[in-house]
Design a protein around this ligand. Structure first.
Ligand SMILES: C[S@@+](CC[C@H](N)C(=O)[O-])C[C@H]1O[C@@H](n2cnc3c(N)ncnc32)[C@H](O)[C@@H]1O
Length: 224
């Protein structure tokens, strides 16, 4: 705890997690298995997982697209909200991540509603467009340089009422630093510019602080 508890983001995150997203054997087992498999611990936090659930429930999502599976932690948070017959498609480039995520999702009893697609997400979204798929919620959490392409694809994979959620769009404030030309940052900057310029989307960004530092999540609603 820092000397000024009001500034201790991690302590507040722990408090909020205990209160709003307490220990869950299935989710905890997924984290444990991912760690044992050597996957990086870059999944959403429990409180962010709860936000994803809340958003999916708010739009009564039956079809969800996730870009960036890792070990399936956010996949489980989201897939749990699906009604009978609902589907979640999750895109991942690393075969090992898909292997671990499959086992985690199976242990969560959600295999019947999760469709894993292995390969570069740019190719996977193109295939989904060819399949004429439509999603009620699209969650981006993969390579940031790809975000502008994923935004354009999202517009083809959505309908009025679709929620577009993109994680890690503030990156310790670098998004607002014009001198920063890191592709991780320019990718999210371009994503935000596209969202802001798109008349069919009402969008905003919530800055977040917590165990993952200072970041933000972009939320856009497709209106037309
Ligand atoms: C931040 S992690 C996803 C975390 C996950 N959404 C969660 O919260 O549990 C990003 C994932 O995107 C994957 N990824 C990176 N570039 C990709 C690409 N071009 N296509 C598909 N997946 C990609 C990485 O391998 C990694 O597993």
């Amino acid at each position: 705890m820092s000397s000024d508890p009001r500034r201790d983001w991690e302590a507040v995150d722990r408090y909020l997690t205990r209160l709003l997203a307490p220990a869950d054997p299935v989710l905890d087992a997924a984290l444990e298995a991912s760690a044992q498999a050597g996957l990086p611990a870059i999944q959403v936090t429990p409180v962010q997982g709860r936000l994803l659930q809340l958003l999916a429930c708010a739009v009564r999502a039956r079809d969800i697209l996730e870009v960036g599976t890792l070990g399936g932690y956010s996949t489980i948070w989201l897939a749990r909200t699906l009604p009978p017959g609902g589907r979640l498609v999750t895109l991942e480039i690393e075969p090992r991540h898909v292997e671990v995520a499959r086992a985690n999702v199976e242990r969560a009893g959600l295999s019947d509603r999760v469709d894993f697609r292995l390969g570069p997400a740019r190719e996977s979204v193109r295939r989904l467009i060819e399949e004429r798929r439509q999603f009620d919620l699209i969650f981006l959490d993969a390579d940031r340089p790809g975000y502008p392409d994923y935004f354009r694809a999202s517009m083809e994979l959505s309908h009025p009422g679709t929620l577009l959620v993109a994680d890690n769009v503030v990156r310790n404030g670098l998004v607002a630093d014009d001198s920063c030309d890191d592709p991780q940052v320019t990718g999210v900057r371009r994503y935000l510019e596209l969202m802001a310029a798109e008349p069919r989307v009402i969008g905003t960004v919530l800055q977040t602080v917590g165990e993952k530092g200072h970041d933000g999540v972009a939320i856009g609603l497709v209106t037309g």
